[in-house]
Design a protein around this ligand. Structure first.
Ligand code: GAL
Length: 502
């Protein structure tokens, strides 16, 4: 009897471990998805061409790995006993396995989309009730990633249990295929997925869809403002600040293998300024959101390629500790823009790497949501609030302040990469920006971020701009709607604590 109980316990445990931990997304997933710039206009050529550019531009070497095909790829279900999904052969003439093969040949991975509903949001066939059949099709085609939406869910939502169970059916079906498939929930934050998502999935969207605006209010994205996390109608058309505000409450839910998803990047889609796009990229990186590019890479502008290629910022996202930065303070101000919005905030969080001493590096973000450029300050006491603030050991030592945007690639360099890539007429086969750029370019496929950080690779650490003294203040000029992003490293010698201990 005892052994029967033992076996049952082991079997249950094994089941649990498999569902929680499929070994994927130990750091947030990185890649590209077509939705933000192409919507339903999908095709084999688009995916192939984009995958090629991810390699040419050196983005693959920076860690962008998944090429994700969003909604609108299918054409109903077939008449077989299984009722399998049919691929739209006008868009994908060679079928989906051929697309997966092409992407794999480039050393990248392939993602697809469906909905935990009767239809997808674009009213194509959904997977509710067909979880096993569809998971098997995807595994057969060589799919590595599933983005799973929430449209037409037949009312199977409204409590955490209902949503959990509906999404768990697909989690089990994916696991049962035996193929490692990263599972990305897209239920827009409905029913608090940060509570139950971590037990079944690798990431979960925390809000309605992002839009290409910094802080424009929109009735389609209710629950605006700093206290708006408890949102039963997550909506869509959510601005950057709306999403950042909502993220501030759920930061503790991020951990290796499971991440809060702030939705795809808008960098390069044209609706925001360079400063605003830097803000999105920096915050998404620091809260450990998946970094999924959402722009048309065939017409990428050099300044946007430079943002997406910033290895020092990506290194924060891919930090092995996997702990999200948290908001330390937020103030509304009178310096408002055309939408009547003005605010400033500061976020900080621990990173894994150390200078060999006992204090881990910190990331610090100063976010200027005011309508004018301004000088912003963060004290060490505020940055180390979670370690005890004024009485923390960390506030009593000196820190290097390293600017993570200082080594951003120049527009000239980015343009030269674009001109030599397969997006241009000058392409010579085999071109790859990392190979050409050599030492100036971080190659995470050769040396992981984790290794690079423990080697104190300068490409990842940013430029030392100043040293902040014990109990001191970090100061930065921050552009309107822009951000300053620093890595703090404990000054290697002579920490006050050590001196007082002597
Ligand atoms: C939305 C989802 C978007 C996109 C779209 C496709 O629900 O949040 O990211 O996938 O559906 O129809």
């Amino acid at each position: 009897m005892a052994s029967v109980v033992g076996i049952t316990a082991i079997a249950l445990l094994a089941q649990h471990v498999q569902a929680v931990n499929n070994g994927l997304a130990r750091t947030p997933q990185m890649g590209w998805d077509n939705w933000n710039s192409f919507g339903c206009d999908v095709s084999e050529d688009l995916l192939q061409g984009t995958a090629r550019l991810i390699v040419d531009y050196g983005l693959k070497d920076l860690g962008y790995e998944y090429v994700v095909l969003d909604d609108c790829w299918s054409n109903g279900r077939d008449a077989s006993a299984n009722n399998s999904l049919i691929v739209d052969t006008e868009k994908f003439p060679r079928g989906m396995a051929a697309v997966a093969d092409d992407i794999h040949e480039l050393g990248l991975k392939f993602g697809m989309y469906s909905s935990a509903g009767v239809y997808t949001c674009g009213r194509f066939a959904g997977s509710l009730g067909y979880e096993e059949v569809d998971a098997n099709s995807w595994a057969e085609w060589g799919v590595d990633y599933l983005k799973y939406d929430n449209c037409y869910n037949s009312g199977e939502a409204g409590t955490q249990k209902l949503s959990h169970d509906r999404y768990n059916t697909m989690a089990k079906a994916l696991n049962a295929t035996g193929r490692p498939i990263l599972y990305s929930l897209c239920n827009w934050g409905e029913d608090y997925p940060w509570n139950w998502g971590p037990t079944i999935a690798n990431s979960w969207r925390i809000t309605g869809d992002v839009t290409d605006f910094y802080d424009r209010p929109d009735p389609r994205c209710p629950c605006d403002g700093p206290d708006a996390w408890d949102c039963s109608l997550p909506g869509f058309h959510c601005s950057l600040l709306n999403i950042i505000n909502k993220a501030s409450f759920v930061v503790s839910k991020a951990e290796p293998g499971g991440w809060n998803d702030l939705d795809m990047l808008e960098v390069g889609n044209g609706g925001m300024s360079d400063a605003e796009y830097k803000t999105q990229f920096s915050v998404w990186a620091a809260v450990k959101s998946p970094l999924i590019m959402g722009n048309d890479l065939r017409i990428v502008k050099p300044q946007d390629l430079a943002i997406l290629s910033n290895a020092a910022v990506i290194a924060v996202n891919q930090d092995p500790l996997g702990s999200s930065a948290a908001r330390r303070w937020y103030y509304e101000t009178d310096d408002v823009d055309q939408y009547g919005k003005g605010s400033i905030q500061m976020w900080a969080g621990s990173l894994n790497s150390t200078t060999g001493g006992e204090y881990s590096d910190m990331v610090v973000l100063l976010i200027n949501g005011n309508n004018s450029n301004m000088t912003m300050n963060a004290t060490l006491v505020e940055v180390f609030a979670d370690s005890g603030g004024a009485i923390s050991d960390q506030a009593k030592i000196a820190w290097e302040v390293r600017d993570l945007w200082a080594n951003r690639m120049s527009n000239e360099e980015a343009q030269a990469i674009i001109d030599a890539s397969s997006a241009s007429g000058n392409y010579t086969s085999g071109f790859n920006a990392t190979r050409v750029g050599g030492e100036n370019r971080y190659n995470a496929t050769a040396k992981s971020y984790s290794e690079g950080l423990s080697d104190a690779d300068e490409l990842l650490l940013g430029n030392v701009t100043t040293t902040v003294q014990p109990m001191g203040t970090i100061t930065a000029e921050v552009e309107r709607h822009g951000i300053a992003m620093f890595r703090l490293r404990a000054v290697p010698t002579g920490s006050l604590r050590k001196r007082t201990e002597l």
